[in-house]
Write a protein that binds this ligand. Sequence first.
Ligand SMILES: Cc1ncc(COP(=O)(O)O)c(C=O)c1O
Length: 260
Amino acid sequence: MTIKPKEPLASVDYYMVGISKLPGFDKPIKLSSNESALGMSPAAIEAARQAINKSHLYPEVDTEALAEALAERYRLDPARMAFGPGSDEILQRVVNTFASPGEELIHSKNAYMQFPIYAMLAGAIPVAANDLDFHYDVDTILSHVNSRTRIVLVANPDNPSGTCLPADEVRRLHAGLPRDVLLIIDAAYEEFADRDDYESGTRLVHEFDNVIVTRTFSKVYGLAGLRLGWCYGPVGIVGSDRSNYLKRSQKLCFRLRGEA
Ligand SMILES: Cc1ncc(COP(=O)(O)O)c(C=O)c1O
């Protein structure tokens, strides 16, 4: 007898991170992971420098100051935010929270490669919906919905396909889902969406109680190594009530108290 990981984990593929070797360059940035070519802002470097001095203390669990700052920046409700070390970790935590073994998570076939992995880590079944020349196909996604479906996960804009769904398509997708199916909108690249008909998923969060949006400091703020992500969702799921799982389980890998 040998120890073995749980059965579904045997089929989990490694996530392929971008190769960072280029002759003549010491440490090239990974454009495949959308690392910033501009680096961190000097203000972020200074805040991190100060924060590192307090690393013997556990990170702040009440992330109110950060939530207030983000709420002001994006005109959102701080009570609907929860945080984690990167949006990847939050996505995994959300999927783990809502999908049980045997239940299904639908994603688009050529979308962010981690989506099926989140499902498998939760023991759930990833269902890949065919796309249309790398563009999400809302009708095909909806055709896969059945009584086992718990989550539909879209990245908008998506990586690596580089595609972006307009507001009316996201709303059509949401309208086609039963109320007990969670629509997760991974908006790691929201700040880069340049189409006029793009709509922030946060608007849907204000209108419906089955939508969660994830965001990150990794891309637009060039802070990938800091691992700071956040999500925006129904108060009953991510809200400040400490009985909420997402809030209770939020951990930060970097200090956020005061100046950071
Ligand atoms: C579509 C998408 N979502 C989420 C992430 C995760 O970003 P992070 O965990 O750094 O917040 C990435 C990073 O490459 C991504 O491309």
